[in-house]
Ligand binder design. Structure first.
Ligand code: JHZ
Length: 390
């Protein structure tokens, strides 16, 4: 790759490694800096963290924790079933706790999941799950046992894998001639639009533009046929691809590429401007949080997200500014946030009338949260698209 660095987010820990107190001293940190590949226009980390440090048997993130995501996967499954042949053979890459799988037939659906705790969970649910990373070996093993797939689906997974050529070659290998490859990940255009630099952390070595994906897919025998701009995770793209010889793209592909060119997502200068906005966001957030502290207000954080790991570590926010974090995920409760070690407790224990301000670590679920917390008398703090109270 021909990468040039544009952003430095400093020393960062493993974003989803929530800690016990006795693990503080041995915590792993790396330098998070982001670059632009001048050959493919891919936005990608300068150095990648070893995937085994992130995706292992104690992975904490559960996709099924929000109604928004449960509904989202049910809806996309319904749409896919209207397009696919009857009784399709389906593979999901990165099946997490099975939030997508549950919509599909157990006997015709295979899953791949590198995190042992979740691979075991979905195997127990009755979906044959390979506890492996996605690569040529896994793809060939599945091909040998199950044959080609009509649908290969991945949500918030492809952007997690450093070697994209290997990812796409492995998909091409296992896809039936007319098969569909559908994947969704946060959109670079949206990240730039709303200044959500917290989409960048160890698990997201790349943030995708359609332009970059088209470049990398096409050199691996795949072509984009449709792009859906979807609201989940703060603005994502759902990419529909097929083998190049069977592809026939619709207008959405050209429209997205045109828009991305207008935004300058194929130019380094766009990202140096973005880096300045990131720094400004940090200064504004620190100013609002310091003012709360100086006025003796109680500030907590809502949602112990990977995204907030980036923010808290980049902005150096610890318990002097945020007292604790509430989160519904059992695996995160009674632990401490990566890097800055803010305690995490249940919403029942911590989200009460004593809270003056709640920073939205899970800002991407703002609608669901505001509906759920309609009696909250304090204010939420968000940093997207600009730092403000809501
Ligand atoms: P959420 C993860 O990122 C990691 P994160 C991963 N790398 C990825 O790509 C994206 O997901 C998709 C909690 N919560 O989804 C639940 C409440 O407490 O924004 C979650 O812990 N109360 C795989 O971690 C967290 O917030 C609520 O009412 O940035 C949300 O995490 C709701 C709605 C959520 O992903």
């Amino acid at each position: 790759m021909n990468k040039e660095k544009f952003l430095d987010l400093g020393k960062q820990p493993i974003a989803n490694k929530f800690l016990n107190q006795d693990e503080f001293d041995d915590e792993f940190f790396y330098t998070l800096s982001v670059g632009f590949d001048k050959d493919t226009y891919l936005v990608t980390h300068m150095d990648y963290v070893n995937p085994k440090l992130m995706f292992n048997d104690s992975y904490a993130y559960r996709g099924s924790m929000s109604k928004t995501m449960r509904d989202h996967f049910s809806k996309v499954s319904t749409e896919l079933k209207t397009i696919l042949p009857i009784n399709p053979k389906v593979l999901e890459i990165g099946s997490n706790d099975g939030v997508f799988l549950t919509n599909w037939n157990k006997s015709r659906t295979i899953a791949v999941e590198p995190c042992g705790n979740f691979a075991q969970e979905t195997n127990n649910m009755g979906y044959e799950t390979y506890n492996d990373f996605w690569n040529e070996i896994t793809s060939s093993n599945i091909l040998e046992k199950h044959g080609k797939m009509d649908l290969i689906f991945a949500a918030n997974c492809i952007c997690h894998i450093p070697d994209l050529d290997s990812v796409f070659r492995s998909v091409e290998n296992l896809l039936s001639e007319d098969g569909l490859f559908v994947f969704e990940d946060p959109s670079l255009a949206e990240m730039i639009n709303v200044n959500s630099y917290d989409q960048i952390y160890d698990e997201h070595p790349h943030v995708f533009s359609v332009i970059a994906l088209q470049n990398i897919l096409s050199r691996n025998g795949l072509s984009i046929i449709r792009v859906d701009n979807i609201p989940v995770h703060g603005g994502s793209n759902r990419i529909w691809a097929k083998k190049t010889s069977f592809s026939n793209s619709d207008k959405s592909v050209e429209n997205n590429i045109e828009l991305e060119k207008v935004m300058g997502l194929n130019k380094m200068s766009t990202f140096t401007t973005f880096a300045r906005r990131v720094y400004d966001s940090k200064i504004s957030l620190l100013s609002i949080l310091s003012s709360c502290r100086n006025n003796h207000k109680k500030v907590i954080s809502y949602g112990a997200t990977s995204k907030s790991t980036t923010i808290f570590n980049y902005c150096d926010i610890g318990t002097e500014l945020i007292k604790y974090i509430t989160d519904t995920t059992p695996e995160k409760q009674n632990k401490y946030s990566p890097g800055t070690h803010i305690p995490i407790i249940t919403p029942e224990e911590g989200f009460d009338e004593s809270v003056d301000f709640a920073f939205l670590g899970a800002w991407n679920f703002v609608k669901e949260i505001k509906k759920k917390e309609k009696d909250f008398k304090g204010k939420f703090i968000t940093h997207v698209p600009v730092v403000r109270l809501i």
